[in-house]
Design a protein around this ligand. Sequence first.
Ligand code: ZN
Length: 183
Amino acid sequence: MTVNDGLHAPRELISVAEVRRHLGSRVDVGVGIEATGLALSDVAVPDGSLVALTGEVESISEGVVLTGLVAVPWQGSCRRCLEPVEGVFTVEVREVFETHPTDGETWPLTNDQIDVGPLLHDTALLALPLAPICSEGCAGPAPDRYPAGSVADDEHSEEPPRDPRWAALDGLDLDDTSTDSDG
Ligand SMILES: [Zn+2]
C-alpha cells in the first residue's frame, strides 16, 4: 500500500472517543478512500477517484454503529455497444464496529478509532455493475443488421420444468426453531 503524507489523503479513520462517552449519542461523519485497483473485468472505480461516505456514528454499548451513504464512481463499457459508460452508485450502509468484533459480521474498533477503509473498499466492489449498459434502450452497435432480441428468444417461451425436489422444498418452513440445550 502507498504511504501518503496525509495532507490531501482522504480520511479513513474516524475517532469515536467523543461519541462513545454517552451511549446513544451521535455525530456526523464524512470520510473517504482514494480508489486503487477497484476493478472487476469490465468495470472499475477509476484509480484516484474518491469513494466517499457521508453519514453518522452512533454509540452503542459494545461500540458504534456507522450509517450513511457511500458514493461509488465507476466507469466501464456498455455490454451492448461497447461505448464507454460511467456513473455514480449510491449505496446505503449500516455497519457495526465493536471492540470485540464478530468475524464476518462486525468491524473492529481499536484505540477509540474505526477504520472505514476496508468497508469502503468492499462496498465499492459490491456496487460495481456486472454488465453495464449505456441506456435501457441501447440496441447494440448495428441494430439494423442485428436487431436485439429477435434471434432465438422466442423459440422456447416456456420455462423449463422445475425439478420436483425444489417443489418439495417450497412447503418447508426453514425457520431454525430447533432448540439446543444451551448450557
Ligand atoms: Zn450501449
